[in-house]
Design a protein around this ligand. Structure first.
Ligand code: NDP
Length: 444
């Protein structure tokens, strides 16, 4: 058995019942074989054996009192995955599906993603199996405060800097910042990113993941003499990443035609009304059915799979494994030519195989959605410098970072003889950055 197969077998056996973590490991480890042929010192120093094992996984009780006065108990997590190139950095997710395995998969992906950004960021991730849907403002506040009552002792501006993710936006980050400040007496400065601009948040952070995704795809198109101009784009999700991706697609002359949530999807053939979407999802916090009510010419399909809508480009921006084999087959059959992942691991392994076999441009999440964490790093810089940069300054830096990621992943893919395989390119380029830093620091 090869070094990588054996390592994978061992890693999976010691983390039973964590399918998402196994999937993320398999996808990366299986592509790294050629690296170990060129660089046997990584094997001797067991760099990958160490990298796939999180430095630390913290799990804790989160008790809180709901609006009816009943006591609720959730479970919180923080994985401090790898600090070889900087403080742990990665978002916090509130969703009923959160488990140790989900947080580990996200932390592992984050470690390699942060390596790709070229910025000094280690990898971390956190969350809780708390469902913010349908909860009042005061319930969300009570939960966030209890969550921080434990987490505060593990984080800090030079050790671990959380941000948002699914179910955690500026409101939740604000509540956590407030509680962190009460407990530590410290001005929270750079302990969280994704803050509101009035207390240290970076302009451009809410837009960064969605915009970054579209900048990365535009750069890949440019290399093939194409652009977003006139392209029909199917987007899943209706949250922070999805809506900002739709906004940037429109700005670049493309036509975003769908958004979805766990109830169904909106199809708006003439192009989405992004201002209306923002009003419904960000301000009124309503379901997507409200879009159909406000714009009757659009269609709402309950429970449908957004991938059945014909398009040129698909941008999955909701959650892991949301794009299965049947979705990939439908996309290919209807002429889709490119897939860019705004979400983390949205395509199943079977779907990825179909994209690669059919020659689609396929940009994996760890490269394509790195814009969010990149602007978080810019927020940390602004906080340290006691400065606030303009939106234009941040946006232009984001464009530069996404171009740098495209360069790295395409160069790595070429160097390893598979120029169109951006999965290979992203995995190898991310791994090399972290691996070299780990080698330099001895066996830690
Ligand atoms: P939000 O909470 O803002 O939005 C998530 C959206 O996805 C919602 O519309 C939600 O619908 C939908 N969704 C979530 N779970 C499911 C599900 N199981 N089935 C169908 N739809 C679902 O999250 P974000 O936009 O911030 O994050 C989306 C993805 O992007 C995640 O994978 C996240 O890890 C990734 N990401 C986010 C970054 C960021 O900066 N925010 C950075 C990098 C990656 P509903 O309301 O019905 O649940």
């Amino acid at each position: 058995m090869s070094y990588t197969s054996e390592l994978l077998k061992r890693a999976i056996a010691r983390s039973p019942g964590e399918p998402e973590f196994h999937q993320a490991l398999r996808e990366v480890v299986e592509t790294l074989g050629p690296v170990f042929e060129k660089r046997p010192e990584y094997v001797r120093w067991k760099v990958l054996d160490r990298l796939i094992e999180p430095e630390r996984l913290i799990s804790f009780r989160v008790p809180w009192v709901d609006g009816k006065g009943d006591v609720q108990v959730n479970r919180g997590y923080r994985v401090q995955y790898n600090s070889a190139i900087g403080p742990y950095k990665g978002g916090i997710r509130f969703h009923p599906t959160v488990s140790a395995g989900v947080i580990k998969f996200l932390g592992f992906e984050q470690t390699l993603k942060n390596g790709l950004t070229g910025l000094p960021l280690g990898g971390g991730k956190g969350g809780a199996d708390f469902d913010p849907k349908g909860k009042s403002d005061t319930e969300v506040l009570a939960f966030c405060q209890s969550f921080i009552n434990e987490l505060y002792r593990h984080i800090g501006p030079d050790t671990d800097v959380p941000a948002g993710d699914i179910g955690v936006g500026a409101r939740e980050v604000g509540y956590m910042v407030g509680q962190y400040k009460r407990l530590t007496g410290n001005l929270p400065g750079g302990v969280f990113t994704g803050k509101a601009p009035s207390y240290g948040g970076s302009l451009g952070r809410p837009q960064a993941t969605g915009y970054g995704l579209v900048y990365l795809m535009e750069d890949l198109f440019r290399r093939k003499g194409q652009s977003f101009e006139g392209k029909k784009v199917v987007i899943s999700g209706a949250g922070n990443v999805a809506i900002h991706a739709a906004e940037k697609v429109l700005q670049l002359g493309g036509v975003p035609v769908t958004v979805s949530d766990s109830g169904g999807y909106i199809y708006d053939a003439g192009g989405l009304d992004v201002a209306l979407l923002k009003e419904i999802k960000f301000n009124r916090k309503e379901r997507l059915t409200a879009y159909k009510e406000a714009k009757p010419s659009s269609e709402y399909k309950a429970g449908g799979m957004v991938w059945e809508v014909p398009c040129d480009v698909a941008l999955p921006c909701a959650t892991q494994n949301e794009l299965p084999k049947a979705g990939a087959e439908a996309l290919v059959k209807n002429g889709c030519k490119a897939v860019g992942e705004g979400a983390n691991m949205p395509s199943t392994p079977e779907a990825v195989e179909i994209f690669q076999k059919n020659g689609l441009i396929y940009a994996p999440g760890k490269a394509a959605n790195a814009g969010g964490v990149s602007v978080s790093a810019l927020e940390m810089s602004q906080n340290s410098m006691r400065q606030g940069w303009s939106f234009e300054q941040v946006d232009s830096a984001l464009q530069g970072i996404m171009k740098g990621i495209v360069k790295q992943i395409t160069q790595a893919a070429e160097a390893y003889g598979q120029p169109d395989n951006l999965v290979l390119g992203a995995n190898i380029a991310g791994f090399l950055r972290v691996a070299d830093a780990m080698m330099g620091q001895g066996v830690v």
